[in-house]
Every structure is written in structure tokens, then in C-alpha cells.
Design a protein around this ligand. Sequence first.
Ligand code: NAD
Length: 274
Amino acid sequence: MDHEIAAIHYAANRKNLPTGDDMDRLKGKVAIVTGAAQGIGAVYARGLAAEGAAVAVCDVLDATGVASDIVKQGGRAIAGKVDVTDGDSVSRFVQRVIAELGPVDVLVNNAAIFGGLTKKPFYEIATEEWDRVMTVNTRGVLEFSRAVVPGMKARNQGRIINIASATIYSGTPLLLHYVASKGAVLAMTRSMARELGDFGIGVNAIAPGITMSESVRHDYADAQQLLASQMQRRCFKREQLPEDLVGPLVFLASDDSAFVSGQTYIVDGGSTLQ
Ligand SMILES: NC(=O)c1ccc[n+]([C@@H]2O[C@H](COP(=O)([O-])OP(=O)(O)OC[C@H]3O[C@@H](n4cnc5c(N)ncnc54)[C@H](O)[C@@H]3O)[C@@H](O)[C@H]2O)c1
């Protein structure tokens, strides 16, 4: 199924959801999305803004285009260049967000080394590459979470949403560092939820299936058969689009999920069933 048809199915699936003025489930909230210069992170940022949140986007890439798009649409947004593994830079960015947008209500730990990773047998992964993937994908979650937690604790409220991957359930071969890092994100989500519940902070994860972000379209341009076989395993046999993840994200960011914590929501069109 091509991209346009997938988009039509997506629109059909969402036709009963609120639109326009009804979309204010995050009005008054301030959200940070990491790794949001492009790809799924940019879609998350736009989706949160569409629900009324003020959004701070950051990335090692330039994320100003995403922030200015949101502002042009009438929203509030700022952008920063931040490496999630650099604790000082993360902390400075969080302080800036608080000064310019207000106290942080929602953190989406989306940044990861994913697009551009070359598949290879685990015994051929160089130690440096293993360390870099694990550091960005797991310590990045730690650095950003610990920077926002004091402010959330002080207000006895907050939502942290970690982006894992459905790949951890399927024994995906040839990406052991990535799969291990996302397994760690699931485990971190559970432990963080237990540590932070007494302070009114919910911590949950989203585990997306293979999703047609720019990097996936680029990396899988020659792997149509692989994508087709993955689609056949789904209940909904179509491409997964970044927009498919926005509804679950908004739910986890909003007060609708106030009594939900420590969970990992698999959003993969019903490929992994639990
Ligand atoms: N696309 C998929 O099929 C898929 C499936 C499951 C999970 N995910 C996860 O969803 C998220 C987004 O996926 P995507 O397809 O948009 O990936 P992507 O690789 O296109 O985007 C990741 C973003 O993170 C940024 N980033 C990387 N290292 C960083 C660092 N040190 N500091 C700050 N930013 C950094 C990149 O610049 C990029 O903009 C990732 O966490 C990915 O692991 C994606």
C-alpha cells in the first residue's frame, strides 16, 4: 500500500476525533520534545501544539523550522540545539523553557540514534558504535528526565513519555545495540514510574512499530519486500505513519491518563499482541 492510500486510511480512522476548537486537551501545558527537528519528533511537537500545548523542541539538528511552523499556526514554541547526552546543555535548555514558556508539564524523550544505523550481525558492531547508541538512547532519557523532575516534583504533577520501540518484542535481528537500548527504555520507564509516583508524576512509554518517518523511507527504500511482510503481520495492513502515534501521545500527555503509569503502549497496527 502506498503512502497516499495509507494517509487516506489514517484520515478515515481518525474521522470521529475532535477537530479545530475542540482540540484543547493540552491547553495551558508546556511540553518538551527531544529529537524533534524532523521525523516523528517533529510530528509529535506539532500534534501537542495542535492540542494547545506550548512546545519546546530540541535536537542536535536545527529545530527552528518546526518551532516557527507552530508559531505561524498560532501556537507557542521555542527551539534549541541540544545533545541529550550533554547534561549541562540539557539543564540550560530546561531552564530556558521554564523562563520563556513556563513550568514543564510534559517531557517526550524521543531523541535516539535510529535513522542511518546500518544493520549488521551483533558480533560486527564496533564497541564505540554500541556505546554511542546506548549512551544517546538510554542516558539521554536519564539526562532530560532528571533535568525536569525537580520542577515537576515541586508542583506535584508531570508526565514523562519515553519512546521505546515494538522491535523489543519481536527479536529483531541485526540491530542489537538499538534493540538493547529500547529494551532498556522500557525497563527505565517502569522503574522511573515507581520512583516518581509519590510525587504525582506519571511515566509511560510508547513502542511504535516500523513507522514511515523520513529516515525509514530513506533507509528502507530498497527493502520494500521486508516492509510488505511486516505489514502483513498487522491487524491493519497498511503503512504506519508518524501521525498514527499522535493520539496515544496526546492521551499519555493529558489528564485523560492521570491514573496511568509504568505502562508501555504498543502502537504497531496490531502486529504485536499482548
Ligand atoms: N521510525 C520508526 O520506525 C520507529 C519505530 C520504533 C521506534 N522509533 C523511535 O521513534 C523515535 C523517532 O524515530 P524517527 O524515525 O523519527 O528517527 P530519526 O532517526 O529520524 O530521528 C531521531 C532524531 O533524534 C535526533 N538525535 C539523535 N541523536 C541526538 C542527540 N544526541 N541529541 C539530540 N537529538 C538527537 C536526530 O537528529 C533526529 O532528529 C526514535 O526514538 C526511534 O527510536 C522509530
